[in-house]
Write a protein that binds this ligand. Sequence first.
Ligand code: FE2
Length: 462
Amino acid sequence: MGIPHYISCRVHNFFLHEDTRAVCFSSMVKMVTVYAACALLCFAPLLVVSDPPVLTQPEQVHLSYPGVPGSMVVTWTTFNRTDSLVEYSPWGDILFHKSAKGSVTPFVDSGNEKRKMFIHRVTLSDLKPGSHYVYHCGSDMGWSDMFWFRPIDETIIQPAFALYGDLGNENPQSLARLQKETQLGILDAILHIGDFAYDMHEDNARVGDEFMRQIQSIAAYVPYMTCPGNHESAYNFSNYRNRFSMPGRTESLWYSWNIGPIHIISLSTEVYFYLEFGQELLFRQYDWLKQDLEVKNRAARPWIITMGHRPMYCSDDDQDDCTTFDSFVGRNDTTPAAPGLEDLFYLHGVDVELWAHEHTYERLWPVYGDKVFNGSVAEPYTNPKAPVHIITGSAGCKEKTDRFNPNPKDWSAFRSTDYGYTHMQVVNHTHLYLGQVSDDQAGKTIDSIWIIKDKHGYDAWF
Ligand SMILES: [Fe+2]
């Protein structure tokens, strides 16, 4: 058998006479045409039945801690239905040799376009604390970039956090600094205390998509723990409830989790305001809070820290919150009257209460019942006789910052209208650090305190 004509032509083509080259070329064209036709016939059925990868690219990737040691939830969005897979591996191992499958939930925004998206959730388990993991998420229809994270270690001794509220996708002043801190690996978790995007439902939820894309730069690397704010209220908080994946079965409205010596409780202050979405939510949350606070192992986790969007105390000059309408901790126009949170938290010895909503930073002296209960004149935060409140809602959004009332009450200790966010680190069972980072002042810490407690719980107040 001789060499096939087209191959011999290909080998010798360069040396052949012009007429001979023309014959060879014609022969090759025929051969290629025959092969192409065969290939088309062979693969035609596959081309017809397989879905083209349209709108299947994962985006808006973010992490959350489900409250189970050694676990992490990866959440992301596609705009067409796909499988929900995470491929991952410990840093330094063969890449992606582990995989986990999750579930996908369709979410239809309630705006007039009724835009549909698919929210994917995959829980990774058996993660080793102290290791770093690399991962990507998606499916064979499209994979995300590769990210990394460090699993939450519930036994970590000195957990460190960034916390803030009121971050929008326009004017997100704090985002660049948070991105850098995330990449430096100095944060164990980020706490976003309500009010996202401004607002997630706007432009038929495209603003929500854009915001979630923006925070992927931090939220794909550290657990991004949230609570709802008033800016999430549209369509009964549906964008918030569908896009986040907090622990428990409350669609991220209220939950608690542990990290090191801290028990963190996240709650919805909005159940006191939006009664049209169910007055019973207010009472359900209160009952849950009571139960959660009563069963704590205070010896192992002495620090109890709450986070909720609208503060109990504040001194912004908006003639509304904290002034004319102070029912956020218990309104009396429901039947029965809504129970308040201040007494509940005081009776269970909550150490620190984190709030946002006001687009400023305000640190309070230890306060209860509108009265100051400092530890001592010289050291107000050493063995304080009431919870310490921090309001940190100046991360940056299109509504800019707020003004302060020029005549704050006695409990107001420090105020700033700079954009920024708060650092928090628990050092041991007795010492907790809080510091306010100013974006206006190039990352300078403009306020800091140490809360020092020899005792925790209700008895610590006396
Ligand atoms: Fe707010």
